[in-house]
Design a protein around this ligand. Structure first.
Ligand SMILES: C[S@@+](CC[C@H](N)C(=O)[O-])C[C@H]1O[C@@H](n2cnc3c(N)ncnc32)[C@H](O)[C@@H]1O
Length: 285
């Protein structure tokens, strides 16, 4: 067997150096129990690069090829699991409570545009779920308002998938047959593409949530979704990210995080809201 094909052993020192590097660059924190996970995720990349040790890989990340390799690193280390209509009670709260309230507040402020940010949107299921709802409500509660849904992620691979907007039935499993018929074009072979009138609401861009100075380039928002990514961050990063969201949200605007992601320790600027079988937050002032 080619020795470069054999999986390299990661030493504890290498794990710690890589873990610290990844934390600084992405906010993702791997505890020591995740050494095997990291080793698994990086071993194929190292074989592709014909690198012998994880120290060599770290040197590459820190060298002149670093900025390019970092994109590959983000693809390898992120967990991108998602689906349409994920956590149905929360999506229904968005549809029935959050969106009507955001539209009302926007009109009160004299806005003609509503902006929603799906921060950490993975392969697009979340922003397109929100876009389907906006398409269904465009002539009722959204009448007279244009809507932009910005989907961002650190992984360029999932953003490219989001751009294609093609999905299989597994990730569509929470949708009703009517929703599937209304908002998707069947492509055959168990593949469905989001229709153009839904896609037009969504714009996609690369954004790293730990790039704090860049937040202000995104503009202001009426709703922020940040679901199932805060769990990868430690408390210091969570606090900074939540401050970034707080700064970009309009007064009284909503923020929805994953159902297992309590932010009680940091939420001084937010109030907790209880919806039916779901929770959300709202900027206090
Ligand atoms: C589990 S997915 C969640 C997708 C979607 N929000 C949902 O709840 O279904 C987590 C996403 O967070 C992204 N992510 C991780 N760290 C990030 C960072 N620092 N900045 C932006 N996105 C990040 C990952 O690439 C991944 O696509």
């Amino acid at each position: 067997m080619d020795p470069l094909q054999a999986k390299q052993q990661m030493t504890l020192a290498e794990f710690r150096s890589l873990r610290d590097f990844i934390y600084v660059k992405s906010g993702i924190f791997f505890s020591e129990s995740k050494q095997y996970f990291l080793e698994n995720r990086l071993s194929k990349r190292m074989a592709d690069l014909k690198l012998k040790t994880y120290s060599d890989y770290l040197s590459m990340l820190q060298g002149f090829q670093g900025p390019v390799e970092l994109k590959h690193l983000f693809v390898e280390i992120t967990t991108n699991e998602t689906s349409f209509w994920r956590n149905p009670p929360q999506i229904e709260a968005f549809q029935n409570i959050v969106l009507p309230e955001a539209a009302r507040l926007a009109r009160e402020r004299g806005q003609s545009r509503l902006r929603i940010w799906s921060a950490a949107c993975s392969s697009g299921e979340e922003p397109y779920t929100l876009a389907m709802i906006c398409q269904d409500l465009k002539d009722s509660i959204l009448r007279g308002l244009s809507v932009e849904i910005l989907g961002t992620d650190i992984s360029e691979k999932v953003l490219a998938q989001a751009g294609d907007a093609v999905y299989n039935s597994y990730t569509l499993r929470n949708l009703t047959p009517e929703q599937l018929l209304r908002h998707f074009v069947p492509l055959g072979k168990d593949l469905f593409q989001v229709k153009p009138d839904v896609r037009r609401f969504v714009s996609l861009r690369h954004f790293n949530l730990v790039d704090y100075p860049a937040y202000r380039q995104l503009g202001t928002f009426d709703v922020i979704f940040c679901r199932n990514v805060l769990i990868y961050f430690d408390e210091a990063v969570k606090a900074q990210v939540l401050k970034g969201f707080h700064d970009l949200l309009h007064s009284r605007a909503h923020m929805l995080v994953g159902h297992s992601e309590s932010i009680h320790a940091f939420n001084t600027g937010f109030e907790l809201l209880h919806f039916s079988k779901a929770m959300g937050y709202r900027k206090r002032t």
